[in-house]
Each structure stands twice: as structure tokens, then as C-alpha cells.
Design a protein around this ligand. Structure first.
Ligand SMILES: [Mg+2]
Length: 194
């Protein structure tokens, strides 16, 4: 029996850019912590300054505040996420031509509502959104496990992702025969060879 093929796309910084949402969230949290009574260490403030400046979260960012920061970015500042329109249009065309679209994101089940709202707002017709129910695995490990499951369910997958290290991690550990990988950088799609 013929099995299906699917397009599998990451969400943050692939379909939607989260930089300005993260900057607003970091400013917000910075102010809250400054006013707060709790003692905060130097590193937390320093890391928040990096996020305010660069729009990304440094490695080793405080576990205590990470979820708070993402919640501010993905809920309160959801309207600051901006669409990667050329890529969204590319996927919309592919869906029109009969391809199935699956969104695979490590952002977390807690952000399902906001995630699906943005996809619908930009007219992306997806079959499912896969998010981790909890954060027991590191993002790249969780993604690897989910891609493995999908590669067993489908004959062929085309995966889109903005982090090359995530793609390399999957290629190294899965040695996938039936997956094509594309690195997404705004409108530029780069085919990653195994
Ligand atoms: Mg991403």
C-alpha cells in the first residue's frame, strides 16, 4: 500500500520570526525583576540584557525564568511575531498542490492556542501541530524522537528548520533514508546533504 509524504516545518524563526517578541518579553521581565524583592543573580540580568540587545536567549539562561520569558514572548507579545511570508507562501502553494503540512515545534503544548492562531491567521492549512507535552527532553532530542516517529509513519518527509545543528543532529542519529532537509533563512532554502 502506498504511504503518504509530508512537509514538516519548524515554527520559530522558520515560519515566524520571534526576535521582537523576545526583546519585548526580556525588557518586561528585566523591569519586573528590578522592581521585585527577590534577589536575582548577576547572570540573569546579564543574560536578559543580551536578549534585549540581540533578540535571542543565551545558553545557560536561568531555568527559573526561562518559561516566564517564553510565556511573555509567545502569549503577551504574540502579536510581535512576524511572518516569514515568502516561506509561508511557498508552503501554501505546496499544500494547494496536495501536500500534507505538519508543524513540529519544541515551544511546548502550553502555547498550542497561540501557535495555531498564528498559523490560521496566515492561512496555513496544516494537518497537525506537534508540540512537547512537557520539557523532559532537550529540544533537539525531543525533535529527533518526533522526526523518527514521523519517518516511520510516512514514506517520505521534507523537513524545514532554521537551526542547522538540529538538522545535523537528526542526520547523525537517525541516518534517515526517506527525509530531505532544508535549512530556512528567510526566503532562502538550502538543501542539506547527508
Ligand atoms: Mg526554530
Amino acid at each position: 500500500m502506498e504511504k503518504l509524504s509530508a512537509l514538516v516545518s519548524d515554527f520559530d524563526d522558520t515560519l515566524f520570526f520571534n526576535k521582537s517578541a523576545l526583546i519585548s518579553a526580556a525588557k518586561d521581565l528585566y523591569e519586573t525583576l528590578l522592581k521585585g524583592n527577590e534577589e536575582e543573580d548577576y547572570k540573569t540580568f546579564n543574560d536578559l540584557e543580551i536578549t534585549i540587545g540581540e533578540g535571542k536567549i543565551p545558553n545557560g539562561f536561568s531555568k527559573k525564568w526561562k518559561n516566564e520569558l517564553y510565556t511573555l514572548a509567545y502569549v503577551k507579545y504574540n502579536n510581535k511575531l512576524s511572518p516569514n511570508e515568502p516561506f509561508i507562501n511557498y508552503l501554501k502553494d505546496a499544500v494547494k498542490q496536495g501536500n500534507e503540512l505538519i508543524v513540529l515545534s519544541a515551544r511546548g503544548e502550553e502555547f498550542r492556542k497561540e501557535t495555531e492562531e498564528l498559523l490560521s491567521k496566515y492561512g496555513l492549512d496544516y494537518s497537525k501541530v506537534i508540540l512537547p507535552a512537557n520539557h523532559e527532553f532537550k529540544d533537539e532530542e525531543w525533535k529527533l524522537l518526533e522526526v523518527k516517529k514521523l519517518s516511520e509513519m510516512y514514506d517520505h518527509l521534507v523537513l524545514f528548520e532554521d537551526k542547522e545543528e538540529n538538522i545535523r543532529h537528526i542526520i547523525r542519529n537517525l541516518k534517515p533514508e526517506n527525509i530531505e532537509f532544508y535549512l530556512v533563512d528567510h526566503s532562502i532554502l538550502t538543501y542539506i546533504t547527508k
